[in-house]
Design a binder for this molecule. Sequence first.
Ligand code: ADP
Length: 619
Amino acid sequence: MSDIKEEKGELSIHTENLLPIIKKWLYSDREIFIRELVSNGVDAMTKLRLLSLSGEAKDPGELFVDVCIDKDKKTLTFKDTGIGMTGEEVKKYINQIAFSGAADFISQHEKNNDLGEIIGHFGLGFYSAFMVSDKVEIFSKSYQDNTDAVHWVNDGGTEFSMEKADKADRGTDIVLHINKENEDFLEEFKVREVIEKYCNFLPYPIKLNGKEINNQHPLWLKRANEVKDEDYKNFYSKLFPMESEPLFWIHLDVEVPFNLKGILYFPKIRHELDSSKGRIKLFCNQVFVTDNAKEIIPEFLTLLQGCIDIPDLPLNVSRSYLQNDPYVKKISEHITKKVADKLNEIYKKDRAAYENFWDDISIFVKYGMMNNEKFFDKVKNVLMFKTSDDVYKTLDEYKEKNKGINKEENGKQVVLYASDPEKQAALIDMCKGQGLEVIYFNSMIDVHFIQFLEMKDTGVSFIRIDSDTNAMLSDDKKEKIVDENNKSVDDKIEELFNSILKPEENKSLKIKVQALKDTKIPSIIVFSEHMRRFKEMNAMFCGEMGGADIFSDHTLIINSSNEMISKLVAAKDDADKKELVEKLVLNVFDSALLAQDNLKGEKLVKFLERTTELTGMNL
Ligand code: ADP
């Protein structure tokens, strides 16, 4: 009994020029036709397998998709051993391509680039073949007994022809006559590359010219307790061949309230600039969809790498809709929670390991804390700080050890920090001498992060060690004795330095006299914590490369407890020593600038000359 009469007809489409639109639209992403056609083959095999399981079809035998290149004929054929189609089915599923919904959607979103990803979900996947072909043929034979095979041809217009075919074996062959502009799709390496990208993890053998090339058992489908560390690492290097070993990973396996499986890897992120590194590949039933799934994966997690497979993902809607979809929101929350749980788990189980990779994940964790309230709450107790004692501490541990640091008026505990341990070595030493620890911050994100932590209920206030509010530097117990003119030594020191350094002519400099706890250092330069932060933020917003010019407002603190300073004051009125005193005062200031790595050019040359001269005098 034959249901196929030779037939010609018009494809029933609402919009006249649907095919040209598809071609134009998907042009930037032409390769997805391979994904669409292979997926159709896989769907056809899945349908057959289900029918066979329920006894409605015979044992399907070998199930596979074979993509065959024929360079001479310039064809690319997608052959599957799936359910096949009868003539009626071809009419119904292939000829009537545009149900109104899809056509409307297309005309509305013609300019939308996302469409390449969504198109397969509107029953238009098959037609993506026309992006690269002048002519497409279908040879199909249904699994149902007593049905004829069918041959369908379309040459890119709205007309098709259909006739009986003599295909004997069950399944479908889609033959693409590749057009001139797309002959690269007749190259084996090119086709292989695309299949590996989109179809590598499909659950049936995918062959290229008869040779199986995919991995049908993606690791994420296995149970975590069946997978060894080595397997995770190997899988990672397959997904991201150019990367070094991941730090650790999370195996996601959720069944309720939604279905989600996947593996998230933590790569080494040493630098903010590395932040473009992350890529989480999104799969839908093992078919690769995209590695730009912003809506599903919270933004801060995109620093991670890996894959997630969400079989029920509502992809047939626009991206802006996805953002507000409660289902998508739940997925995103779940992933966030899992990542936070993992960090806590490693911290508790193996603190040494956690500390070991803290430097690599700290940017990620800080970024996440600032971006996601729930994540903040979950990881705030496993946030680490490297300190000047060369250990890692949580904020609570730091607070406990450094109780001696003065509390601010508002009762918040001061946390001392350094932004550049090398440049600030002298000040760090001063704090260590008092048994105090200094936290090291060293990334751009820290400028924001400090501010952020202070706003949160952490009970701390961060003060950089070279800040004018760092009370730990000064020794306020030192008495002030005044002379007969009611002038203290401090006043005299100030007068001396003012007369030589002339701060009134240099608006960026202030001079202050103070007794420092460290008597060895004659002077230090400090900055206003508030102003400095403001400038750093500003510089960052304006994208200034060299960072903020914090020296546009700095204070030179002269240490009244230092012996040399005392000698300078004593000698200041001695006419014979006038020149020497002046040179030494200049050197005190320049040394402080040098300690901050801010003595350059002409000033540096003069300092070196002066120093040579002064040292020579001692001979
Ligand atoms: P979609 O696959 O998204 O439904 P397509 O345009 O790709 O849209 O295909 C339309 C329909 O044609 C499919 O739903 C299926 O019923 C049928 N079809 C396409 N390719 C095959 C195939 N290789 N084997 C069997 N049926 C197919």
